[in-house]
Design a protein around this ligand. Structure first.
Ligand SMILES: [Zn+2]
Length: 419
């Protein structure tokens, strides 16, 4: 007999309780399959994912435009027409320095100590990817009750914004677009992320005639001009974006949560252009006036800032300083989706139902693949564990929190496809 929505929910919770240990074992297996990026080879971890899917009897495809960076895609149609939910997680992780500086646990050992599971990828983002896979596998068991379609995408090549992972799928496989996306990147279970700032990287080069260090009357100094350009670039941080009213109020409501989760001041960055001069290089010798200086700028564009308008301001600033050239190296627009979407309400309800504080929609300061779906107009939400040790050492996930994230993804996918 086909279960009701509520019976299905009870079944999912029962399976989750019975299989909790096995799910943790699976996450440990993923962590013991190193997938640092660079170089980004994910063959081992992809094998672990495929073995799990096979053991569950789940068909899947491997799409590997780069032979060492496979993407795994699985999809099933429910018994009735409906919506299309896509689950997405990446399999690559940050690298670990050769001397394993700062690690008190083996970064590839998946050791458990005092309720915490340690390892590279233990928060970013093998737990989130596990949540996607488990959600897919358990909902598949109830596919006769599912309305619409559920798609799983486990991708490579996320950590370096590369072209072989989610971006490749989005551009070449429209069957993974769907009409809503759920992703488990770390952020913290008090938040649901509905937006990201857009990174924009620009290289500058200043050239002057150059001269002996004592002949300051003979030439401008390229390093001094570069410093003046860099100082003027601070003007960019004063540009205000314009947001639709409902987005602006969500951004405001999220500020205190961002401050609490990411440190005081983080909330303000949601609506500000930020400027970082990441690299600077100029001059050859202390007693020579430099004829060349290069520097690289990392700007982050908040929601509501128009990139072409910002670039024209960059050009204006550069043109004030003769000998200055610039070029855009790469970047993305800031993307966001509806902070009041049905999926946001579903996630909130499923978190609060288990006594956890209701999460607040906020803007992500860093980047995730969710932006690629937002860029094509698909609402995409991120709900994941705290980023303990992310990109640093002794990365870990609290196991209870991990199972909470899995449960939230599972029930939210069920509610979205079966309500
Ligand atoms: Zn990540």
């Amino acid at each position: 007999m086909v279960p009701t929505h509520e019976e299905g929910r009870e079944k999912l919770l029962k399976w989750l309780a019975e299989e909790g240990e096995a799910i943790i074992d699976f996450l440990q297996d993923l962590l013991r399959a190193p997938s640092p990026n660079p170089p980004g080879n994910t063959l081992d971890v992809a094998r672990v994912v495929r073995d799990y899917l096979k053991a569950q009897g789940l068909e899947h495809r491997v799409i590997d435009p780069h032979p060492e960076m496979p993407n795994i895609v699985a999809s099933f149609e429910g018994a009735a027409p409906g919506r299309h939910l896509v689950l997405n997680g990446h399999m690559d992780v940050f690298p670990v320095s050769e001397d394993r500086h700062g690690w008190s646990h083996d970064p590839w050992g998946a050791e458990i100590s005092q309720g915490r599971l340690y390892g590279r990828g233990a928060c970013d983002m093998k737990p989130g990817t596990t949540a996607s896979i488990v959600t897919y596998a358990l909902l598949h068991r109830l596919k006769d009750r599912v309305k619409g379609r559920l798609t799983l995408t486990c991708v490579s090549d996320e950590e370096t914004f590369g072209p072989w992972g989610a971006r490749y799928l989005i551009e070449n496989h429209p069957e993974v677009h769907g009409d809503c996306l759920l992703n488990g990147e770390p952020g913290g279970p008090e938040s649901i992320r509905f937006a990201e700032r857009g990174p924009l990287w620009i290289d500058f080069i200043v050239r002057t005639k150059g001269a002996h260090g004592a002949y300051v009357h003979a030439t401008e100094s390229a390093t001094k001009v570069a410093m003046a350009v860099a100082r003027d670039l601070e003007e960019l941080t004063e540009i205000d974006g314009e947001l639709p009213h409902n987005i602006a109020s969500a951004v405001d409501a999220g500020r205190p949560v961002m401050d609490r989760m990411m440190g005081m001041g983080a909330g303000d960055l949601a609506s500000k252009v930020t400027l970082n001069i990441g690299l600077i290089q100029g001059g050859e010798k202390v007693n020579m006036i430099p004829s060349e200086c290069r520097f690289s700028v990392d700007l982050r564009l908040p929601l509501g800032i128009d990139k072409p308008a910002l670039l024209s301001k960059v050009d204006q600033i550069a043109s004030r300083h003769p000998g200055t050239e610039w070029r855009e190296v790469g970047g993305d627009e800031p993307y966001w989706c509806d902070p009041h979407h049905e999926m946001v309400e579903i996630i909130k309800r499923n978190v609060a139902a288990f006594g956890h504080p209701e999460p607040t929609p906020i803007i992500s300061l860093g980047g995730t693949d969710a932006r690629l779906w937002r860029a094509i107009g698909v609402p995409a939400y991120v709900y994941g564990p705290y980023p303990h040790g992310m990109g640093s050492h002794d990365e870990y996930v609290d196991l209870e929190e991990f199972l909470h994230v899995v449960r939230t993804h599972l029930l939210s996918a069920w509610d979205y496809l079966c309500a």
